[in-house]
Design a protein around this ligand. Structure first.
Ligand SMILES: [Zn+2]
Length: 309
């Protein structure tokens, strides 16, 4: 899953299964899994215009999501749509930004169809204590090679560099296209919605640090895994940093007023929220509270939170 928004999906310029050219080296294929968490659906990015390509975030498979059935639309599966888009080119690498089920499950069938290695983020080692939202994780993700921050892979006319961006998940990577200054941001930065940060695998302090890391870069355009391309990247990132700081101030105010449990805070902070998104909003508030707890600003007794005097 990516973000959360009550906004109605934008009328996308393409239908699920179709392929659209965004710049000479970059194409997009839309997966058929629209939802409040995935917007118009997962976007699979294809990089390369020569003899070979990289495929970023191959997307979901049929059993991967509880919302809709993304395996089949009009009789055409998403993997088939990717294969059609790259006809005549060799798939040199399958890259995954992270292992949520709307991003990585199709890596395995795509590898089977093309023989390409799966490269990119690490598999996620899940700790097993505490409540979690791990139903959204892909437990079967098995990379052939894991990239660390700054590592590059290249093909015919393209070079992709891994940019470690933990926060949305601990294993999240963005990929920079060296030749054009584009950055594939996965679920780390999206224009349509703030990113879901759900503990324990989502970490608000790490997320903020990863936002600052992108703010210090000079990427020309972002291609997120959901929603429109971002043509003013630093402006958006600055706004997101500000938004998170504002949420933190709101939480501190709620605690000052004596609100101590998360569902009450969500009710006050997210007016008119789509009921389907209250769980995700609560996880986000929890992520802020854990960050504040780690900084010694708040403490908890079971489900009740309070300011530290
Ligand atoms: Zn995600």
């Amino acid at each position: 899953m990516g973000g959360m928004s009550e906004e109605k999906p934008w009328p996308d310029s393409i239908q699920a299964g179709e392929c659209e050219q965004h710049e000479p080296l970059v194409r997009r294929v839309l997966a058929p899994n629209p939802s409040p968490y995935t917007y118009t659906g997962t976007q699979t990015w294809i990089v390369g215009a020569g003899s070979d390509v990289a495929v970023i975030d191959p997307g979901p498979t049929g059993s991967g999501l509880s919302i809709g059935d993304p395996s089949d639309i009009n009789g055409i599966g998403h993997v088939d749509a990717i294969l059609r888009a790259v006809e005549g080119q060799r798939v040199a690498a399958i890259l995954c930004t992270h292992t949520h089920r709307d991003h990585s499950p199709a890596a395995a069938p795509l590898k089977e169809a093309t023989g390409a290695p799966i490269i990119g983020c690490a598999p996620l080692a899940l700790s097993d204590d505490g409540p979690r939202a791990d139903s959204a994780f892909d437990p079967d993700y098995a990379p052939d090679r894991v990239l660390t921050d700054g590592e590059r892979i290249s093909g015919d006319g393209w070079t992709l560099e891994a940019v470690a961006t933990p926060g949305h998940t601990s294993n999240h990577l963005c990929f920079g296209l060296v030749e054009s200054g584009a950055l594939f941001t996965g679920d780390h930065v999206m224009a349509w919605s703030t990113s879901v940060v759900s503990p324990p695998d989502g970490d608000m302090a790490a997320y903020m640090a990863s936002l600052s890391k992108l703010y210090d870069r000079d990427d020309r355009v972002y291609y997120p895994a959901h929603g429109a391309a971002v043509t003013k990247p630093r402006q958006l990132v600055r706004g997101m940093l500000g938004h998170r700081k504002q949420r933190e101030r709101q939480i501190l105010r709620e605690l000052e007023k004596g609100t101590s449990v998360i569902p009450e805070m969500v009710k006050h902070m997210y007016k008119g929220l789509d009921p389907r998104l209250t769980g995700a909003a609560g996880r986000s508030v929890l992520a802020h509270l854990i960050d504040l707890e780690n900084r010694g600003r708040v403490a908890r007794d079971a489900e009740r939170w309070r300011l530290v005097a």
